[in-house]
Design a protein around this ligand. Structure first.
Ligand code: PGA
Length: 249
């Protein structure tokens, strides 16, 4: 059985106090034991929050790491720094970083490598723009993102990843991919992985959907055969909404 995951991506939101209250609300909530909750919290909160996530079902993720191990990169955070405070996940390749920081598939490949070398599991994001969706070439575009950043990995390493399909046109827009559109892409990606690595490997990888997931649509999206959970932005900032999403499997 694939791991079911409710991941939150707080992005650059919430003060420390606000974050602590949200974490406390999630910790005290009655969460299903078979759903893993991962919170992509801001860098300055990682250690405190990781230390207070006492069980395996709730943990934090870094939102980014630098692609070099160390050196003169003012303002950046290295993989060893993240690893040394006990964090086990890192979001890599979010479309906001691809767009604003111009992160390419080739650069993301180096980030995936450095994360795996340090025993951190990447939550690897992929997804197409509205323009690409309108042209009908979304499957080829997203498959190519996987190919260029991930397909050099061994099957063993690939299996340590979580993949998040996040159509850019659905992120923060209130517009969600329909459950059918999500399933179609997730199935295409799993088949594409299967062609290269074999079906057993493909069947073991959790693929999350991201893009305006909210309590009202989570259940239907998560019920699709190839959707194993969500990467949630806006709705992960509100305890009540995120708790409902965690209960939507
Ligand atoms: P959203 O963001 O849920 O606010 O659309 C998702 C994401 O960017 O991961």
């Amino acid at each position: 059985m694939r791991k079911q995951i409710a991941a939150g991506n707080w992005k650059m939101n919430l003060t420390f106090e606000e974050g602590k209250s949200l974490l406390a609300a999630l910790k005290s909530a009655n969460r299903p034991s078979d759903v893993k909750t991962i919170l992509g919290v801001p860098g300055p909160y990682l250690k405190t929050f990781q230390d207070s996530c006492d069980d395996d079902s709730l943990c934090v993720a870094a939102q980014n790491i630098h692609h070099e191990l160390k050196g003169a990169y003012t303002g950046e955070t290295s993989v060893s720094m993240v690893k040394s405070i006990g964090v086990r996940y890192v979001i890599i390749g979010h479309s906001e970083r691809r767009e604003y920081q111009k992160e390419s598939n080739a650069l993301l490949k180096t980030k995936v490598d450095i994360a795996l070398e340090h025993d951190l599991s990447p939550i690897f994001c992929c997804g197409e723009s509205l323009e690409i969706r309108k042209s009908g070439s979304q499957n080829a575009f997203v498959s190519n993102q996987l190919k260029e950043s991930l397909f050099h990995l061994s099957a063993e390493d690939l299996s340590k990843l979580v993949i998040a399909y996040e159509p850019i046109w659905a992120i923060g827009t209130g517009e969600t991919a329909s459950p059918g559109q999500a399933q179609e892409m997730h199935h295409a990606l799993r088949s594409f992985i299967g062609e290269t690595y074999g079906q057993e490997v493909a069947d073991g990888i959790s693929i999350l959907y991201g893009g305006s997931v909210k309590p009202a649509n989570a259940k239907e999206i998560f019920s699709q055969a190839d959707v194993d959970g969500g990467l949630v932005g806006g709705a992960s900032l509100k305890a009540e909404d995120f708790k409902q999403i965690i209960h939507s499997f």
